[in-house]
Design a protein. Structure first.
Length: 305
């Protein structure tokens, strides 16, 4: 087979080159964040910034090789997946705190979680795109599903007050009190599975959302993978500030409602991808700023009075 043969929107050579880059980035991520008893917040933010810059450079490459439209679709998909990942991190933070995992255990769980997420996202994307290509009526099902998800997020209380039921089950039945004990392989494997299941649930929201932006499998896949690659470093960079983004899930609800409506009306009204990109960036900026502005002020202690 020729390396220039086109497969799922890109040449085989492009697919191979992309996965070589992914492998290299995972290696650097492993070397940067896997050593020491603590994770430097500065290093985590730096690596997150590098990955975001590389995603932007990849969009420029797509613009030069495939055109402006795929590049804008990639950026839109990257932002949607990245914003959904931040909400995912809330769940991971609650899970790790409730189970008493130390930094080394968190790094190991997130590493395997990222690797598993890459495989699961690839499967979901190819299956989802194939189903939409074969059964056009599924577009309305996906659109309605995104709207229902948006409503669920809107009705969610501000912040994330406690662990989910699967996490509580793991804590009570399988892991017990781990605050002062070291995890063995079997319980740690259960936590990895819990992380994978959590990501699977979030993928049910994010994959249809990106497919509402574009049907180009290569663009959907690469935007998802770039967002997932930054998940581990973003977790450690935001771990101390995640709870301050208390209104972000409302922004995610607005974005999901937008892409859901876009999918529902796509046959009659075509919304330019540039407008979609501007809308997504604007919503994320508004709700991030609103979260900081409405942050509860600490109650002064008697010593401070």
């Amino acid at each position: 087979m020729s390396i220039s043969h086109v497969f799922a929107g890109a040449s085989i050579g492009f697919w191979i080159a992309f996965h070589v880059i992914v492998a290299a980035l995972l290696f650097v991520d492993l070397a940067l964040l896997q050593r020491g008893k603590t994770v430097s917040i500065k290093a985590a933010w730096g690596w997150t910034g590098v990955l975001a810059a590389l995603a932007f450079c990849f969009a420029l490459l797509l613009s030069q090789t495939q055109g402006k439209q795929p590049a804008l679709e990639f950026l839109s998909g990257y932002l949607v997946e990245g914003s959904m990942s931040v909400d995912n991190l809330f769940v991971f933070l609650i899970m790790f705190r409730s189970l008493g995992l130390d930094i080394d255990q968190q790094r190991r769980v997130l590493l395997w979680g990222v690797l598993g997420a890459i495989v699961m996202r690839a499967l979901f994307i190819f299956v989802g795109a194939s189903l939409l290509a074969r059964f056009e009526w599924l577009e309305f099902v996906f659109g309605a599903f995104l709207l229902l998800t948006a409503i669920r997020l809107m009705r969610q209380k501000t912040g994330h007050s406690g662990p989910s039921k699967p996490v509580q089950w793991l804590q009570q039945r399988c892991l017990g009190n781990l605050a002062h004990t070291k995890l063995s392989l079997s319980p740690l494997l259960l936590v990895v599975i819990a992380v994978e299941v959590t990501d699977l649930i979030f993928a049910l929201d994010s994959i249809p959302a990106v497919l509402a932006i574009t049907r180009d499998i290569f663009v959907v896949y690469t935007s998802n993978i770039f967002a997932i690659l930054g998940l581990r470093s973003l977790f450690f960079a935001l771990s101390s500030a995640l709870e301050k983004l208390r209104l972000l899930h409302y922004g995610l609800a607005v974005i999901l409602a937008f892409v859901g409506m876009k999918m529902l009306v796509n046959h009659w009204i075509e919304i330019p991808v540039t407008w979609s990109l501007v809308f997504i960036v604007g919503v994320l900026a508004i709700f991030t700023v609103a979260s900081r502005l409405t942050e509860p002020k600490p109650i002064p202690t008697s010593a401070q009075k």
